[in-house]
Design a protein around this ligand. Structure first.
Ligand SMILES: *[C@@H]1O[C@H](CO)[C@@H](O)[C@H](O)[C@H]1NC(C)=O
Ligand SMILES: *[C@@H]1O[C@H](CO)[C@@H](O)[C@H](O)[C@H]1NC(C)=O
Ligand SMILES: *[C@@H]1O[C@H](CO)[C@@H](O)[C@H](O)[C@H]1NC(C)=O
Length: 443
């Protein structure tokens, strides 16, 4: 009896406490949030207030113990004041999603840190860069109009400046914005679009076009530009925008891999020893002209020195002869052309032509990447949830393999049967999947 009473009393106290002094911020109004560019710390009582108080607010769902979160925090601190003073300000907030699990569940947080941009209360996953300056640039993209209208030369200049280096920039000189509006919406997270309504003759020289209307594409990172003239028809326009997401010859690395994956085309991949040495620079020039003539393929190169793990998955070892050529499907299959596996020093142009011919004629051997790199790569592109799925699938595959090996061992007759069925067993290398480790979310 006495215990029940004590329990009741305790409950009463707790509920009093909850409705009053213990949770004072529950009644916080929107005005109480700082707008000066400090990162706002939210909790379960202030969360809804926070995301409704601002048109645009980026929320970092973090866990105090997570190393990537700790590294992200100072970047957010640095980005917040820059974002707060934009014409359309973006606030930054964070919430301990490990502590407030209900909220984490509600927003389907499956890894730390996860960032979501709430636009008028509606969350969009933020998958952009995490360094302060890049993050600011990336977010500006969200608040920019789909197609900016530029009325003077200096407006054009400012637009290009503001856009920065992360995305390709498209400027339609003398182009009606309605022509590029649909494609601009489709690529709104990946590129900047504008039309220049009024500009001086000088712009023709600066942006390298000789008649209007012209759609000019710039890729500041790679110092590339190209131009499309009338007709701006659906498929032509789309191909132009799509192909100019990437430079003519792409250095394959973590960041570009995501874009390569988003492209339908296969990758003509050249594996070199070192991306930066003299020989590679010469080779890139040759690849550029091959790429111009073969726009149905993405031309990419990667250095063993720069990204050994990735290169290893294409059966490249210390003893391999480089540069090595292959065509990669962007997933886990690749083709080598029999007799053109690698490049000698002299007349590389002809060797590349022979490779492309051989590929066209199907004188190829289909191989599979070893799974380690593919999984690392998939995880970086598609997020944690997919990895779990992949892990489960891999587990099932391994289980099947183990079971079939065991039964094959038991009955030698069945083994021969298995070999003739698995025609391409020689090229897949499932055993290296043991190397797989789920990546954390750092990019
Ligand atoms: C058109 O652009 C030129 C060059 O920038 C500028 O001098 C001029 O003022 C602009 N005219 C209008 C009407 O905006
Ligand atoms: C742009 O295109 C739209 C729709 O095709 C048309 O209504 C508009 O008059 C055009 N604007 C100019 C300046 O040509
Ligand atoms: C991997 O490369 C070695 C030579 O470096 C070659 O002997 C072997 O056949 C290659 N494996 C596959 C699956 O192509």
């Amino acid at each position: 009896m006495a215990t029940t009473q004590r329990l009741l009393l305790l409950l009463l106290l707790l509920s009093l406490c909850a409705s009053h002094s213990c949770v004072p911020v529950a009644a916080a109004s929107a005005d109480e949030f700082p707008r000066d560019g400090t990162v706002i710390e939210l909790d379960d009582t202030t969360f809804d207030w926070g995301i409704s108080a601002f048109d645009l607010i980026l929320v970092d769902f973090y866990a105090p113990w997570c190393g990537h979160c700790q590294r992200l925090a100072p970047e957010l601190d640095a980005a917040a004041p820059m974002l707060a003073q934009l014409q359309k300000p973006i606030m930054i907030a964070k919430i301990n999603a490990d502590k407030y699990r209900k909220l984490a569940e509600k927003y389907e947080i499956d890894g730390f840190p996860t960032m979501k941009l709430f636009m008028h209360g509606v969350p969009v996953d933020y998958t952009g860069p995490r360094k302060a300056e890049l993050l600011v640039r990336f977010l500006k993209k969200f608040v920019a109009p789909d197609v900016s209208i530029l009325e003077t030369d200096s407006a054009i200049h400012n637009f290009v400046e503001m856009a920065g280096n992360d995305f390709p920039i498209f400027i339609g000189f003398g182009l009606n914005e309605s022509i590029i509006l649909d494609i601009a919406r489709e690529f709104r997270k990946k590129a900047w679009f504008s039309v220049a309504k009024n500009f001086s003759e000088q712009m023709k020289a600066v942006y390298d076009f000789d008649k209007i209307p012209a759609l000019v594409s710039l890729h500041p990172t790679y110092n590339e530009r190209s131009v499309l003239y009338d007709p701006f028809e659906g498929q032509l326009l789309e191909n132009f925008v799509r192909q100019n997401q990437l430079p003519l010859v792409v250095p394959i690395k973590f960041e570009t891999l995501k874009m390569v994956n988003g492209d339908q085309r296969k990758v003509f991949l050249t594996i070199v020893e070192d991306e930066l040495n003299e020989r590679t620079l010469k080779l890139i020039k040759i690849l550029r002209s091959a790429a111009t003539a073969n726009r149905h393929l993405i031309f990419g190169y990667v250095g063993r020195k720069q990204w050994g793990d990735f290169v290893d998955a294409f059966n490249v070892t210390k003893r391999s002869k480089l540069p090595k050529l292959l065509v990669w499907d962007g997933n886990e299959e690749y083709h080598v052309v029999v007799g053109s596996e690698s490049l000698d020093d002299d007349d590389q142009e002809s060797q590349i032509s022979r490779f492309l011919e051989g590929y066209k004629e199907g004188r190829t051997m289909k191989l599979k990447m070893t799974s380690f790199s593919v999984f690392g790569y998939i995880s970086s592109v598609t997020g944690i949830r997919t990895i779990y799925l992949v892990v489960i699938l891999v587990a099932i595959v391994i289980a099947i393999i183990v079971i079939s090996i065991r039964s094959a061992d038991a009955t030698p007759v069945r083994r021969t049967q298995g070999e003739s069925e698995g025609g391409d067993a020689g090229v897949s290398q499932p055993k290296s999947s043991e190397n797989y480790q789920p990546r954390d979310k750092e990019d």
